[in-house]
Structures are given as C-alpha cells and as structure tokens.
Design a protein around this ligand. Structure first.
Ligand SMILES: Cc1cc2nc3c(=O)[nH]c(=O)nc-3n(C[C@H](O)[C@H](O)[C@H](O)COP(=O)(O)OP(=O)(O)OC[C@H]3O[C@@H](n4cnc5c(N)ncnc54)[C@H](O)[C@@H]3O)c2cc1C
Length: 451
C-alpha cells in the first residue's frame, strides 16, 4: 500500500481539477477524469435552486416536464431539504406545489427506512411478489449501451454522460433490467451508484427494491405505450427494434411474472454486494500539517454535508474541518470520477467560505480523523449524523484509534418531525402530509398513485 498523499489543494480551478484530482485519486475511480455535467458546491446548488421556477412540474412524469434536477445538491447536503421546500412553497401553487413537496418527502421517507433498517436495505427487505430467478451481474451489453434497443441504450448513455436520469427513465431502466433481463436489482443499484451524481444508499437501493417488489406489494413494469407517451415518442417513432415492451399490461404481466424470466444474453461474472466488502488494510495516515493554531474541537465533513450550513460546521465555525476521500471504500466500490469531482467542488466551496482551516485528504477515514484531532490538539470531534452503515463503522474506528476524543454528533436537517416506524410511503405521507404542506392539501392535489 502506498502512503496517502498529503492534503489535497482546495483552491483548484475547474480547468485543473480533472488532472490534479485524477492523479491524487488514481486507482480509486472508474472512467476518465472529467468535470461533472453540472458543477458541485453550494454556490452552484443555490444558483440551480433559484433558477428553477417549477412551472410545469405538473407534467413531471413526462421527460419534458420541468423537474428541478436538484437531487445531486440535496443528496450531498449542498442545499438543504428545508430551503428547497421553502422555495417550492414560494414559487409553486396548488397541485404543483403539493406534488413537488410530496416528491421531496419520498427522499425523507427513504432516509428514515435506512435509519430503521440499516445495512438490511442492501438485501431483499421482503420476498419478491412473483417467482423471481435473478442472475447477479449486469450484462455486458447493458453496461456498454449495446442492447439494440434505442431507448435502453439512451438511458445508459445519459446515465454515464450526465450522472442523472429522469425518474421515469430510472423506473423504466430498472424494470427492464430486473423483469425483462432477470438481473438482481443489486446489480442495477451498483451501476447507478457508480454513475449518478445523486447516488445514495437510501433512495437508490429502496427505489430498486420498490421496482423489484421486495419493498412494495407488486413489481413495477411498463409497456411500450407508456414509454412512448411519457417520452413524447422520442425513441419509439423511428424504432425498428423487436420491441420487448410491446403489448398490453395483461399480456406483459403474464409473460414476465407467471413463468420464468427470459434471459437475453449471458451475464458476466461478478456481482455480489460490494457494500459488504471488508475494508482493505490501510497504512498509517501521512503526517498532517495544521494550517492554524491548536483548537479544542475539530469537525468531520462527510459526503452528506458538503455545505457551510451543515449543522456540525455551523456549530463550530472556528474549528478546523476535515473531509476524507475514503480510500478503502473507493478501492472496493466502483465510482465514476465526475461524482468525486462534484464532491471536491463542494469541499472547495466550504473552504472558501470559512475562516478556519479546511482540509481534504485521501485515506482511511477513522485513522485520518484521529490523526487530525491529534495534530490540532483537539479533545472533541464534531460531526453531523448520517444513516449509512459506514457512519457507525467509522465512528467506532475513531473511538478505537483515539479513545480520549469525545465525539459530538449533531442531528441532520429533516423535513418532518415524524420519528415512528416506517413501512410504506402512503402510510408515512398520511402522517406527515399536513406538516409538509403546512396545512390541508389543495383540493386538486393527487391523493395517491404513480410515485
Ligand atoms: C431505480 C431508481 C433509483 C433512484 N436512485 C436515486 C438516488 O440514488 N438518489 C436520489 O436522490 N434519487 C434517486 N431516485 C429517485 C428519483 O428518480 C430522483 O430523486 C429524481 O429523479 C431526481 O430528479 P429531480 O431532482 O429533478 O427530482 P424532482 O422531481 O424535481 O424532485 C425534487 C427532489 O425530491 C426528491 N425526490 C423526487 N422524487 C423522488 C423519488 N421518487 N424518490 C426519492 N426522492 C425523490 C429528490 O431529492 C429530488 O431532487 C431513484 C429512482 C429510481 C426509480
């Protein structure tokens, strides 16, 4: 194991970012070093938020609908769920306003399921509701966007190029992979995690499970008519492929779920559950050079809180802060470079906005944090909670590496105050609807239906 490099510079202009960050993170990402399709950071997130008028959100299920594309900023805490909700309440009215706030609440719901279930969200939460015979690995033709189905190939191409897909494209792709190709949802989850700028455990794994029917009462699937309607005919009009989606819902249901699922091409070996991989052994952290005076407190900044408004950072404006690219995790889990660059841009904005030192390093997070606290002579480590299994593992590692360090955990921002058990979104929504909408729903608001 080579020693981790010293601190990453936090003043890299975008033009130098792929080269310098690419070299510092060599071996820890997939694809070529390049900038993300949308810039990361709080400034970019706020600009995107304020530029979004929401007009036409009513058509959100259509690919042409005016969805916000804020998910990557929300996922990394670059903008807060409450400020997004406040903006929506300000710019939207009636049904559109309610619909947007309900969608925003799906994210909170999934995070609460993750908090409740922990690492179990990476395995089937329930039995599939049909006789499923899934293979483990993503087929090569899917990964290469060479399925001969123009729509599927476009979804894969957009995913890799933009790091983002419309919700309906995500649903269609997930249904195609699981139900038509007979691939376990976990392979799709890993493919999305590799490329999505908004990829997280909660919304990603649980949405895949929702499609697969291991976290819902029935599998989600679509037909060609549905794709044509909501895509405005984009691919179907000129398509000459032997379309596997053609047919009525009844016909497709009989074909997909009553017998064995078709296998179109052999799957490549691999698969498994990379989140479960044991972290590789990591060398001792390289020496840390404090860039300020000693401090009683230091802050751990992680990928869910990449903004100066993060609760731990807000509580400790004068404390040195550390962000770590998690070398053992990234060594075992493929993540495309743009996502790492997106996160770097978030840390860079934090560094620019604070008067206290902010560092970014590459290494094993627990050891880096313990060494960082020692280098600054700190007795307290402040951090904002996230609900991932890694968070608990890393804090246990910090306590083992530095038993004298007091860990102070700040609570993350929430949209709702609900703290009970969660099971299905509809039941959750009924409990929080009035709080989220700040009153009764609009008379024309949707009651249930398509997610
Ligand atoms: C298979 C699959 C995997 C997914 N993986 C992720 C993921 O890793 N990360 C992620 O943030 N979303 C994920 N989603 C949910 C959803 O597709 C995206 O949040 C949404 O498309 C983001 O675009 P937007 O910001 O324009 O959404 P908008 O419609 O503008 O919604 C605003 C915000 O509400 C939240 N939201 C909206 N719809 C959903 C939803 N169905 N589930 C959860 N949150 C929602 C997001 O934070 C989003 O930014 C996944 C959906 C599917 C079907």
């Amino acid at each position: 194991m080579t020693a981790p490099p010293a601190d990453l510079p936090l003043d890299l202009p975008d033009a130098q970012l792929p080269g310098v960050l690419g070299a510092a993170l060599a071996g820890l990402y997939t694809g070529q070093p390049r900038l993300p399709a949308r810039p990361g950071g709080r400034a970019a997130g706020l600009a995107a938020l304020h530029a979004w008028t929401g007009a036409g959100y009513r058509e959100r299920n259509h690919l042409s609908g005016n969805v916000s594309r804020l998910s990557m900023y929300l996922r990394h805490g670059m903008i807060g769920i409450r400020e997004v909700a406040a903006h929506a309440r300000h710019v939207l009215r009636g049904r559109e306003r309610d619909e947007f706030l309900r969608q925003l609440t799906w994210g909170e719901f999934f995070r609460l399921v993750l908090r409740q279930e922990g690492a179990r969200v990476l395995d089937n939460l329930e039995e599939p509701k049909y006789p499923a015979h899934w293979t483990d690995a993503l087929p090569d033709d899917v990964r290469a966007a060479r399925t001969d189905l123009p729509c599927v190939d476009a979804w894969v191409t957009h995913l890799i190029r933009d790091g983002w897909l419309h919700n309906h494209e995500r649903l269609w792709f997930a249904a195609y992979l699981i139900h038509w190709r007979g691939v376990h949802w976990r392979a799709g989850y890993a493919f999305f995690r590799e490329h999505l700028l908004d990829g997280d455990i909660a919304s990603n794994a649980l949405s895949w499970q929702w499609v697969a029917s291991t976290f819902s009462n029935k599998p989600y699937f679509m037909n060609q008519e549905n794709i044509e309607r909501f895509s405005g005919g984009r691919w179907c009009r000129t398509c000459t492929a032997n379309c596997p989606f053609r047919g009525s819902y009844e016909e497709l249901e009989a074909r997909l779920f009553s017998g064995h699922l078709p296998r179109q091409s052999p799957a490549s070996p691999g698969g498994g559950n990379p989140h479960r991989a044991e972290p590789a052994q990591e060398a001792e952290p390289a020496p840390i050079q404090p860039t300020g005076p000693t401090s009683p407190r230091v802050v751990w900044v992680h990928g869910d809180g990449l903004s100066v408004t993060d609760p731990a950072l807000s509580a400790c404006p004068d404390a040195p802060a550390l962000f770590v690219f998690d070398r053992p995790f990234l060594s075992g889990v493929p993540i495309a470079f743009p996502r790492l660059a997106f996160m770097y841009q978030g840390v860079r904005d934090i560094a620019a906005a604070r008067r206290a030192p902010t560092h970014a390093r590459v290494g094993a997070v627990a050891g880096e944090l313990a060494a960082f606290a020692r280098a600054y002579g700190a007795g307290e480590l402040h951090v904002t909670r996230n609900f991932t299994p890694e968070f608990t593992r890393i804090l246990a590692g910090v306590r083992a590496a530095h038993p004298d360090l007091r860990v102070v955990v700040h609570e993350p921002e929430r949209l709702t105050s609900y703290d009970g058990p969660v099971r299905r979104f509809f039941g959750f929504w009924k409990k929080v609807e009035r709080e989220v909408l700040q009153g009764a729903p609009s008379p024309d608001a949707p009651r249930r239906g398509h997610r």
